[in-house]
Design a protein. Structure first.
Length: 114
């Protein structure tokens, strides 16, 4: 089982990034897919999730700016991040949560700075 995040980087405040998380070795469509983030010195926090049926949930801090989506045919979940703020700086992780232990990716760094 492998989840691999990509798409992180350095962006100016107000900018956008699109994160991707590609899964292999799992029946991707059977999992609720999550994005978490962890800033330096802070606890890991939930950013958003999307269920197998496409229902979405967002943390209040990202509502209206981030959009989670999934493409089961590509075994990929996305996080479109718009209007990025310095407080969005963190390592972003995707996670597949369903039956059995959660599966985690290795993370991708997002830095928001002018």
């Amino acid at each position: 089982v492998q989840l691999v995040e990509s798409g992180g980087g350095l962006v100016q405040p107000g900018g956008s990034l699109r994160l991707s998380c590609a899964g292999s070795g799992i029946i991707f469509s059977g999992y609720t897919m999550h994005w978490f983030r962890q800033a330096p010195g802070k606890e890991r926090e939930l950013v958003a999730f999307i269920t197998t049926g496409g229902r979405t949930h967002y943390a209040d801090s990202v509502k209206g700016r981030f959009t989670i989506s999934r493409d089961n045919a590509k075994n990929t979940v996305y996080l479109q991040m718009n209007d990025l703020k310095p407080d969005d700086k963190a390592v972003y992780y995707c996670a597949a949560i369903g039956a059995g232990p959660a599966k985690w990716g290795q993370g991708t760094q997002v830095t928001v700075s002018s």
